[in-house]
Design a protein around this ligand. Sequence first.
Ligand code: SAH
Length: 355
Amino acid sequence: MNNKELIDLLEKTRHLDRQQWIALLESYTDEDRAYAAHKAAQTAVKVFGKEIFIRGIVEFSNVCRNDCYYCGIRKSNANCERYRLTKEQILDCCDAGYEYGFRTFVLQSGEDKSFTTDKLCDIVGSIKKAHPDCAVTLSVGELEYEDYKRLFDAGADRYLLRHETANPEHYRKLHPSDMSWQRRMDCLKQLKEIGYQTGCGMMVGAPYQTVEDIADDLMFVERFKPEMIGMGPFIPHKDTPFKDKPAGSYELTLFLISLCRLMLPDCLIPATTALGTIRPDGREHGVMAGANVIMPNLSPMNVRKKYLLYDGKICTGDESAQCRACLERRMESIGYKVIITRGDHKSYDKDSSLR
Ligand code: SAH
């Protein structure tokens, strides 16, 4: 089978076997990529129309107990100026975001144990009380089942926890030995079981990543059936062990967005900030390759430059209102419209009003 036939097969059956994934990833051309992007964008339009969901991210702490080799806020980075937002600051960000039309707030941070589950439950509950028509997404890393459950019961709707890699050996090359691939996988399973709309994902072009690893990532995505998939290119950060590693491929990131869209048509797939960082119009191209979500920053201006997972991150100098307007323009320039909605995954849409 040639690559176009493989892409047709994926569109039709939503499945490729390992050998087929590997063959496709080893030999795709720009033309194959354009072919997949066209089909993926058509698929996204069938599900979502020409409408883009937005989520406001509040990066509420860059304190982290982990030491991931790729990440700029890893605990060993002494050059990282640490900060924590107060509950009031977080709520202020959400209030401002509500005015700009955000109906999902994503709370993201390093693994900062000073934000206990009690504290986080209080914050989530307060956001939901102030804005009952909004969804809250958490992205705060690995917790115990009990904690995930309590946060869910406090009102959190979604959880982003990238699996980072489906290959445990690859995982060990990206993380110190006190971090466990199995634990991360267990967390993902628990999140789904509890009832979160759950997001997995990986960095494209992470150091030591092979074509086989990506095939395994795609097969994991097929099995796990996440409601969301976050994928962006790896971008080196100057104060990490991976500072000299090359950035991930822009083209491959777009191709993988298209392949994931064809595999899981209903999935919520963002055109990530990292994609917009390696190319000025990366997020537009992400949407044209099948993404349907954009996640601009709602963090206070004075902390934005401190939440740097990688070098060169965009939008660290803009006010939230500017970001919002800029994205609206960008989406309009390619014929899409940013809409004011929670933007739940289809299978959660009817339940959400009952919770
Ligand atoms: N601490 C939380 C959330 C913050 S990290 C957690 O572990 O889930 C969010 C994501 O940023 C990570 O999952 C990783 O995939 C991505 N990331 C980290 N460093 C990066 C880098 N140098 N380039 C691109 N993406 C990176």
